[in-house]
Design a protein around this ligand. Structure first.
Ligand code: B3K
Ligand code: ZN
Length: 851
């Protein structure tokens, strides 16, 4: 397979300052005429090479004259050109309705839309499809007016008109030079929810969210989030929007969450549509976060784009950091941090310790679509967070101002960002750059040795070997550290930011009036694994007394993890956890959303990540036993928590969200206790809920229960929502996440359900993705889970390679399992690799997973 290397980067041979596109739109055959003004970049004699994929070339002209000496080389169109500047026009045909990959121009729900990042534009027309070729685009679209009354593209609308034959046309112009991956158009039967935003310099921007008519009532939350995001970026980063219009279109078939095309964001409808009856609190939060994320890309991604795809984290890591800051400012900062760290541990840590581990700035790839990973996005965001911590708020803002100012209108690199941070914050980040080049999650061991009123914190770090990187250098780890007095329960000194940048180090503390308890990596200031020698009593103490809510949560998690790992190994002592949870539930000073997070046990897979060899059954049993004990011993407290706010009508406020969250967590513990009335309680909540959060919370409890009432609930849910694809996804997903023994069989049967389809990525992920993440069910000892996943991926690969490849990683975790399971997993990976006609997406992921 062809491997692309970062160090092979060379500037483009030809530039395209101007691009005119003319689309004769039709689902079956769309004709695209592209007129490119091209200029030779540098002193060379190379012909013009334009990327293409799958289109049918019809004609080529140069400076208005038809030519015949063009040729196709692989998938590229090669045109010999004599001078330094020419106008090249190509005509091609494409077939949107046959585009199941959902890259390029495709049909979704009767409408036409585009997805170009990373390399979809070449499926629309011939073009130098690389992010460092920036061009000013003018677009003309012609389409049947009845089926496609709305015609949208990037930038601002220019003109529109009707034709005699029932067709109409529209032209759009985007004055900002952009790479081809940011191109977008939409043609469809859509209605709009409009609003307007006045920018900080007083310009009016017209905002619009375009959806099917029936979905219009579900767009207010997203529109509000957009307005909040626009205001936030002005106050927090000084970034103002730059066009007269900002449009968002929601489509049902989408490979990713959303796409930041200049002035015309295209969204997976799950990140736009919400009302209380169909969307959970989690959905509402995710919608606001993704709307903000795509909007923030206008500066971190569009005004400044990436020089090449190895720099992907330049825009994605930074933009995730920005959206995390936005969400933290909308609600509880602590709960947001807990959720983000949980997400990082659920997806990025396993990636970083597995066969697909790669640096935040990778060195090579076969298929760039495979690198839209938790490492690029979420670890990338942690890198920005660490730099922000090192620079402090003012230094960081000076750094981002400098970055935006200096690189505006260019295609930049991660190095450019770090240089801006160094200059803006006046710091040396030489060693910090290792975070961009070394993969793997650093492990820190920390122990506090006290002698009278003095103590020494001993730190050691180790960065594990990852594929292609056997030996690592020590990294800069910003660790927020604080000591608490074991008797007084108060801080013994101010928090320190320790920059731990060597293999070993010691930090001294003086003037300690009592025994000190160590609080370290507070706020998860570095994305590392910390091992300490703190006792269960110390952790319980911190879970009650630490003044950083994240550190409290973390202490509780560590206590729970230690307990669970010990009980997998046959030493079950649940007392410390029960006491600490009781204490947290009794603390009326804490906000309920935080309490709900803090009392939740670590997931089965996170427990597995702590063990050399994962025993999914033993982990499940140990976790269930602790859940049962917590449920039984604290039953009164759970029932009290459950009764709070019962029957209160729905409101989407931070307080009510916290209440709902804690109620559902409490319901889970009541069910875990084995209380006879638990299924009825859950069913009553399911039945009477006036919102999807409570309904889904109850259904989640029911689907894992032994009670027959669960099938009644599932049937009711199905008949109520079978016309709503986003809610039906929850129905599939809920069953795939069940902890029941028969989950594998249920999932296999659901794959044959009339409403299951591999053509819609959300649906495919709701079943296959959720099942792959269900550690116990997926890793059934008979290998049926592995076989099922491989079958589905092979089938999905024929339709949509990108989405298939995304779902592969659970099979690559074979090194972490016993020999029998490992053999079964490898056999499935080998079967995938041997499949004739496999995409390079799935081939890259499966073959790397075997190494
Ligand atoms: N930039 C897009 C990613 C699209 C990826 C396609 N393989 C979404 C985002 O991160 O905002
Ligand atoms: Zn992004």
């Amino acid at each position: 397979p062809l491997v692309i290397h970062r160090e092979d980067y060379t500037p483009p041979e030809w530039l395209v300052p101007e691009t005119k596109l003319d689309f004769d739109l039709d689902p079956f055959t769309t004709r695209v005429t592209a007129t490119l003004s091209v200029t030779r970049n540098g002193n060379h004699a190379a012909p013009l090479r334009l990327d293409g994929a799958g289109q049918k070339p019809l004609s080529v002209t140069v400076d208005g004259v038809a030519i015949n000496d063009w040729r196709i080389d692989g998938e590229q169109l090669v045109i010999p050109l004599a001078g330094t500047a020419h106008v090249v026009e190509t005509q091609v045909e494409i077939a949107p309705d046959r585009n199941t990959q959902l890259m390029g121009l495709y049909a979704s729900g009767g409408n036409l839309c585009t997805q170009c990042e990373a390399e979809g534009f070449r499926r629309i027309t011939y073009f130098p499809d690389r992010p460092d070729v920036l061009s000013v685009y003018s677009v003309r679209m012609t389409a049947d007016k009845k089926h496609f009354p709305v015609l949208l593209a990037n930038g601002d609308p220019v003109q529109q008109g009707d034709l005699d034959d029932g067709r109409h046309w529209a032209t759009w112009h985007d004055p900002f030079p952009k790479p081809s991956y940011l191109f977008a158009l939409v043609a469809g039967n859509l209605t709009v929810n409009r609003s307007s935003f006045t920018t900080m310099s007083g310009r009016e921007v017209s905002l619009g969210i375009w959806v099917r008519e029936a979905d219009l009532p579900k767009t207010d939350h997203a529109l509000k989030a957009l307005e909040l995001a626009m205001a936030w970026d002005e106050t927090t980063y000084g970034r103002e929007y730059d066009l007269d219009v900002f449009n968002i279109v929601a489509v049902d078939d989408f490979n990713f969450g959303a796409m930041e095309n200049k002035g015309l964001n295209i969204f997976n409808s799950r990140y736009i549509l919400a009302d209380p009856d169909t969307a959970t609190d989690y959905d509402y939060d995710a919608i606001a976060a993704v709307v903000a994320h795509e909007y923030f890309h206008n500066w971190s991604g569009n005004r400044i784009t990436c020089r090449d795809w190895f720099q992907l984290s330049l825009k994605e890591g930074f933009t995730v950091y920005r959206d995390q800051g936005f969400s933290a400012d909308q609600g509880s900062r602590a709960v947001k941090r807990i959720e983000d760290v949980r997400g990082l541990r659920a997806s990025q840590f396993p990636e970083d310790s597995g066969p697909l581990a790669h640096p935040v700035r990778p060195e090579s790839y076969q298929e760039i679509s495979n690198f839209y990973t938790a490492t690029i996005y979420n670890k990338g965001a942690e890198l920005i967070r660490m730099m922000a911590a090192i620079l402090g708020p003012q230094g960081f803002r000076a750094g981002t101002d400098l970055y935006f100012d200096r690189y505006d209108g260019t295609a930049a690199t991660c190095e450019d960002f770090v240089t801006s941070m160094e200059e803006g914050g006046n710091v040396d980040l030489t060693q910090f750059r290792l975070w961009y080049t070394q993969a793997g999650t650093p492990r820190v061991s920390a122990s506090l040795l006290q002698d009278g009123d003095r103590a020494t914190l001993r730190l050691a770090q180790q960065v594990p070997a990852t594929p292609g990187q056997p030996v690592k250098s020590p990294m800069v780890l910003p660790l927020r550290v604080k000591l608490f007095g074991a008797e007084s329960g108060t801080a013994l000194a101010d928090e320190r930011l320790v920059l731990f940048d060597d293999t070993l180090d010691t930090i001294e503390f003086e003037g300690l009036a009592e025994r000190a308890v160590l609080s370290i990596n507070r706020g998860f200031s570095a994305p590392v694994v910390v091992e300490t020698d703190r006792t269960a009593a110390d952790l319980a103490f911190l879970s009650a007394h630490d003044d950083d809510p994240f550190a409290r949560y973390e202490a509780m998690q560590q206590l729970m993890l230690d307990t669970l790992v010990a009980s997998v190994e046959g030493r079950a002592d649940h007392e410390s956890v029960i006491a600490a949870v009781a204490n947290t539930l009794a603390n009326t000073d804490l906000d309920l959303a935080f309490v709900a997070e803090a009392v939740l046990l670590p997931s089965e897979s996170f427990i597995g990540d702590q063990m050399k060899i994962v025993d999914p059954e033993a982990i499940f049993r140990a976790r269930e036993a602790l859940r049962r004990d917590l449920g039984t011993r604290l039953e009164t407290q759970w029932r009290q928590a459950y009764a709070r706010g019962e029957g209160q009508p729905y409101a989407y406020t931070p307080e009510d969200k916290g209440l709902r969250r804690l109620r559902t967590v409490a319901l889970g513990y009541i069910a875990a206790s084995g209380a006879d009335d638990a299924p009825d309680l859950a069913f009553a909540q399911f039945d009477s809920a006036d919102n999807m959060t409570d309904r889904m919370g109850a259904l989640t409890t029911l689907v894992s229960s032994e009670s027959e009432i669960r099938t009644t609930a599932l049937d009711i849910f199905y008949s109520q929502y079978c016309d709503n694809p986003l809610v039906l996804d929850k129905w599939f997903q809920g069953q795939a996440q069940s902890s029941r023994d028969d989950t594998g069989a249920v999932v296999a049967a659901l794959a044959e359900h009339a409403d299951f389809t591999l053509t819609n990525p959300n649906r495919a992920r709701s079943l296959i993705g959720a099942f792959g993440a269900n550690q116990r069910a997926f890793n059934n000892a008979d290998g049926s889970g592995y076989r099922f996943l491989a079958d589905q991926l092979i089938a999905l690969d024929r339709l949509n390679p990108q989405t298939a490849a995304k779902l592969l990683p659970p099979l690559g975790r074979w090194r972490r399992f016993d020999a029998a399971r490992a053999d079964l997993m490898r056999a499935e990976l080998e079967r995938i690799v041997r499949t004739p006609g496999l995409s390079k997406d799935l081939f890259e992921q499966a073959s790397k997973s075997l190494e």
